[in-house]
Write a protein that binds this ligand. Structure first.
Ligand code: NAP
Length: 250
């Protein structure tokens, strides 16, 4: 039965999104692997999945651009015919800064990619999955962050605020579509070993934080993917509006 299921993972080409794409494919789901710039990373995830006997395709698009989002969902419709799951994983950070040093361009990008992008993709997923629109139901998982509970002072309060918005969006959308066959949940990762820290100008962030973490270690993308997978799967059939911390106790 699960062999027929189809999933779109935004930012599925690297880090946590790549781990989610590979894990869902191992469980028999067909996966659309979205990326924005790094086509070779997306192709590598796709070929890993295909070599393991799964089905995947790479789809380029900026989640913060409505035309790109519409084209991405069109591509999924053409390839898979239907959609059972969306993981709103694409996300960005920026270099460490106090709020009094932030440009409007930075703040707008933080909100556009992390918040508007997730809401736009959820909108398109709901149109396809909701029984109200003739769909068969499905599951949405949003990637939040421990930053939403910590505030990230002096580092990226804008990012933390964007992820706080994701927590509230998760709760609201979950209740909005609960009777339409769609479950909506979120995962809040802590410090996870991916390239996001380098993209925020601090490639040593994980090593610097390690001793301050309760478990004295960072998490892996695979450990986050396991929680996302559970929320996507039928094992979580009565879970909606939940935010699961995968922070190692942070
Ligand atoms: P990552 O390693 O930097 O990978 C980011 C992925 O998102 C890449 O596939 C990238 O594609 C894609 N992406 C970036 N901007 C995009 C856009 N505008 N449209 C479409 N795709 C876009 O990040 P990660 O660490 O795996 O993080 C994944 C999610 O977990 C994010 O939402 C992040 O905020 C959250 N998170 C991460 C951590 C952590 O410690 N790593 C902690 C808490 C929360 P390209 O390769 O093409 O650029």
């Amino acid at each position: 039965m699960t062999a027929e299921r189809s999933l779109l993972v935004t930012g599925g080409s690297r880090g946590i999104g790549a781990a989610i794409s590979r894990l869902a494919a191992r469980h028999g789901w067909r996966v659309a692997v979205n990326y924005v710039r790094d086509e070779s990373a997306a192709r590598s995830v796709m070929s890993d999945i295909e070599q393991a006997g799964g089905e995947a395709f790479a789809v380029q698009g900026d989640v913060g651009n409505e035309a790109d989002v519409l084209a991405m969902f069109d591509a999924v419709d053409k390839r898979f015919g239907h959609l059972d799951g969306l993981v709103n994983n694409a996300g960005v950070v920026d270099v460490a800064s106090r709020v009094d040093g932030m440009s409007v361009e930075r703040i707008e990008r933080m909100m556009r990619v992390n918040v508007t992008g997730s809401i736009l993709c959820a909108r398109e997923a709901v149109k396809r999955m909701s029984t109200r629109h003739g769909g068969k139901g499905g599951a949405i998982v949003n990637l939040s962050s421990a930053a939403a509970t910590l505030g990230s002072p002096g580092i990226y309060v804008d990012y933390a605020a964007a992820k706080g918005a994701i927590d509230v969006f998760t709760l609201g959308l979950a209740r909005e579509v609960a009777a339409e066959g769609i479950r909506v949940n979120a995962v809040r990762p802590g410090i996870i070993d991916t390239e996001i820290h380098a993209s925020g100008g601090d490639p040593d962030r994980v090593a610097k934080m390690r001793d301050m973490l309760p478990m004295k270690r960072e998490g892996t993308a695979d450990e986050v993917a396991q929680a996302v997978w559970w929320l996507l799967s039928d094992a979580a059939s009565y879970t909606t509006g939940a935010v699961v911390d995968v922070t190692g106790g942070r």
